[in-house]
Design a protein around this ligand. Structure first.
Ligand code: SAM
Length: 252
């Protein structure tokens, strides 16, 4: 049986790689890398650096091209489902062509594969089609959320309280019900600016040498974060930022 590891590699610091991930990488014959066609060269560099450091000398690296995707669709869910489907066809073709019987492949996933990543759903979709067979195992990674909380030295939840992880798109529709503590990812619109009374713990490129951190009452630090974010995005050509937003920060 062919096997595929879905390996969480952490959020940007090479030292985020767990021993479990390093061992799985060491057992891998073929790495599947999908190029997003964006200018995120440093993300690609990190994957290559990890493969060089921990993999088998006879490993193969197979690069595929991620299908394009509309970033501002009217129908967000439908567009993402369609993109996942097209992505699953690309990955299925790569597996069929390059993973031989009894070999092990790996897909290296940014952060943790369980958080805002489509790799698991894509492999399930391929298996459901039934034409390509393999078994797969997920190796957890340090997510950008864990990395952010550690850098700010904060807990995500308060005593006995829930925390919600959501997207900038959702927060822009209003504060989520049932949680005073909200972690926001994938926010291209800086939705935190609508909540001046909340406390924010913000980080961009967390774990990398370009890391940026800021915290404080949104009303006091929002302008600085928006300015820093815009400048950094222009300088690098891309940005990945995450933040914890805390309502009623005076509560324990
Ligand atoms: C497609 S999601 C992938 C999340 C990833 N699976 C994880 O566990 O962190 C991309 C989002 O993750 C967040 N992110 C990923 N890496 C980051 C980093 N090093 N610093 C800050 N945010 C990051 C950003 O919110 C970005 O928009």
């Amino acid at each position: 049986m062919r096997k595929i590891y879905v390996v969480g590699i952490g959020a940007g610091d090479p030292d985020h790689l767990t021993l479990q991930a390093a061992k799985a990488i060491g057992r891998t014959n073929v790495f599947f890398l999908l190029d997003k066609g964006e200018t995120k060269q440093s993300l690609i560099d990190l994957r290559e650096r990890i493969i060089r450091a921990y993999s088998h000398p006879h490993k193969r690296i197979i690069e595929g091209r991620d299908p394009d995707r509309d970033r501002t669709p009217a129908d967000y869910t439908g567009t993402v489902a369609d993109w996942r489907h097209r992505r699953s066809l690309v990955i299925e073709e790569l597996i069929d062509e390059h993973l031989r019987p009894d070999e092990t492949g790996a897909i290296l996933v940014w952060g943790d594969p369980a958080l805002y990543d489509s790799t698991i759903a894509i492999l399930d979709e391929i298996l459901e089609r039934g034409a390509t067979t393999f078994e797969y195992e997920v190796i957890p990674g340090i997510s950008s959320v864990s990395a952010l909380a550690a850098k700010h030295r904060v807990g995500l939840n308060r005593v006995g309280q829930p925390v919600q992880i959501t997207t900038g798109r959702r927060l822009a529709e209003g504060w989520p019900e049932g949680a005073d503590d909200v972690v926001v990812m994938l926010d291209a619109q800086q939705a935190f600016t609508a909540h001046p009374e909340a406390e924010i713990y913000w980080g961009a490129y967390v774990g990398t040498e370009d890391e940026l951190l800021a915290s404080g009452r949104v009303g006091e630090v929002a302008d600085e974060i928006v300015r820093t974010r815009t400048e950094a995005r222009e300088r690098h050509g891309w940005i990945m930022d995450t933040y914890l937003l805390r309502r009623n920060p005076e509560k324990p």
